[in-house]
Design a protein around this ligand. Structure first.
Ligand code: AMP
Ligand code: GLY
Length: 440
């Protein structure tokens, strides 16, 4: 049996752990907060400690004779967990610190894309003071501006003109706020179109795709309210989107392959692990919004449960640099709905009881994954972030959405979710939006 260590504590790590176990792994988990799902899957072979304390992780991995570690979240990747573990001869699924800059630094990424003439790049400029800001805003036009702090912000640092910023003063005020936090930042061109997530397995050279997913960042129905880590996501049985065709995916995949080669050329380090590309289809083609050096949360829940190939073998292929194109997924649709504490993300109600009717959930055929909740005396409680991811899988989107909704009704507590995720109505809106942009 292969001893696999998962580092991380959320729903993404729960589904990664499930896939490893289903592929025959003997699972261990190292997490800063106890995930009840990972505790069960690993049969209690866990350690609760900071996910960036490499010394402790190495000690735990050596003691448990770990064959390889899968790193779930971005925080340990961006401070060099893979470099540290590999120095101690523990192979990892995840990029080394230099390659993880694709997520850790938006300035690094935009510079790389510009230097290597990657087609999906857009206009951008980096700043660390107010110098030159006004003239750049004038050149690009205020209504075309997006402001992004350089580093990790948990999906909550990006502000877009028209969504969060409504005047030049708003833009300048937000830039000043970032400067006050001593962070560099970029201003980039605002794109219009439909977003999609392309998650891939990367072995240093080869980039192998998984089914496309669309996430829902806004907290409330109809894409209203503040940005969140993602309130839910869906994927289609043909692994595309009704508004993103095979050609588009091939272009995005080619783009990611070029980026992986550019990382090697620029840093001398091979990109290995999962690479998440968030793209937007616009009237000017496929444009890169951001990269993540990991699987998405919730998007991991849309793709890993569909995997027909052995996940442990895929991980081994990443480590050995021998990934092949024969990774297979079930031709099914998925809908994932996140239940979040009432008030999330502004003033979430924590320490509230969450009751899951497991038998009913099983009868319905829905799956569920623990996110930011804790178990105490066999009872589950909320914290301040997303609580439970509920997943429906079926031969088409309509059925998958129904299963997800029925699954949600098996969870009781002071929680809310977006009923519109994965509905035909929202899908139609996306299709019409895309059509209107392409017609212009
Ligand atoms: P990010 O954290 O980079 O994924 O950004 C959060 C959200 O902001 C994205 O999902 C997009 O909806 C939006 N966004 C980011 N960059 C751009 C851009 N250049 N143009 C338009 N929207 C953007
Ligand atoms: N769902 C977006 C992310 O994982 O960053």
């Amino acid at each position: 049996m292969v001893n696999c260590l998962i580092v991380g504590h959320g729903a993404r790590e729960h589904v990664i752990g499930e896939s490893l176990v289903q592929s025959g792994a003997n699972l261990f988990a190292f997490m800063s907060f106890k995930n009840a799902g990972l505790e069960d899957l690993s049969k209690g072979k866990i350690k609760i400690h900071s996910e960036t304390d490499f010394k402790e992780i190495i000690e735990f991995a050596k003691d448990k004779k770990i064959d390889f570690a899968v790193i779930g979240p971005e925080a340990p990747l961006c401070v060099g967990i893979v470099d540290a573990l590999e120095k101690s001869n523990i192979p990892c699924i995840g990029p080394k610190i230099e390659a993880a800059q694709l997520e850790g630094s938006k300035i690094f990424t935009r510079n790389l894309l510009r230097k290597y003439k990657i087609p999906s790049n857009i206009e951008s400029e980096s700043f660390n003071s107010m110098d030159g800001l006004k003239s750049y805003i004038k050149d690009l036009g205020k209504e075309n501006i997006v402001v992004k702090p350089d580093g990790l912000t948990g999906g909550k640092g990006v502000k877009v003109y028209g969504d969060h910023l409504f005047s030049i003063q708003d833009i300048l005020d937000y830039c000043q706020e970032i400067i006050d936090q001593k962070s560099p930042f970029i201003l980039e061109e605002k794109c219009n179109g439909e977003e999609f997530t392309l998650q891939t397995f990367v072995d240093g050279t080869n980039v192998i795709r998984t089914p496309l997913v669309q996430d829902h960042k806004r907290a409330y129905e109809n894409d209203e309210g503040p940005n969140t880590g993602g309130m839910g996501s869906y994927s289609m049985e043909d692994h595309l989107m009704p508004f993103i065709d095979k050609n588009d995916v091939e272009m995005a995949l080619e783009d990611m392959t070029k980026v992986v080669a550019a990382v090697k050329a620029e840093t001398g380090v091979e990109y290995k692990g999962f690479l998440y590309g968030q793209y937007m289809k616009t009237s000017k083609g496929i444009k890169l919004i951001e990269f993540n050096a990991r699987f998405g949360d919730p998007e991991a829940m849309n793709v890993l449960p569909l995997l027909k190939s052995n996940f442990v073998d895929i991980c081994q292929g990443i480590i050995d640099g021998k990934l092949t194109n024969n990774v297979e997924f079930e031709k099914k649709a998925t809908v994932c709905k996140y239940l979040a504490p009432e008030g999330y993300p502004v003033s979430p109600k924590k320490d509230e009881l969450v009751k899951i009717d497991v038998n009913k959930m099983e009868k319905i055929g829905a799956k569920y994954y623990y996110a930011s909740v804790y178990r105490d005396n066999d009872k589950i409680y909320t914290t301040t972030s997303r609580a439970i991811g509920v997943l429906g899988i079926a031969e088409n989107l309509e059925k998958a959405e129904k299963i997800a909704e029925q699954g949600v009704s098996c969870v009781e507590g002071k929680l809310f979710h977006r009923k519109d995720v994965g509905t035909q109505q929202l899908l139609q809106k996306r299709i019409e939006h895309m059509n209107s942009i392409l017609k212009k």
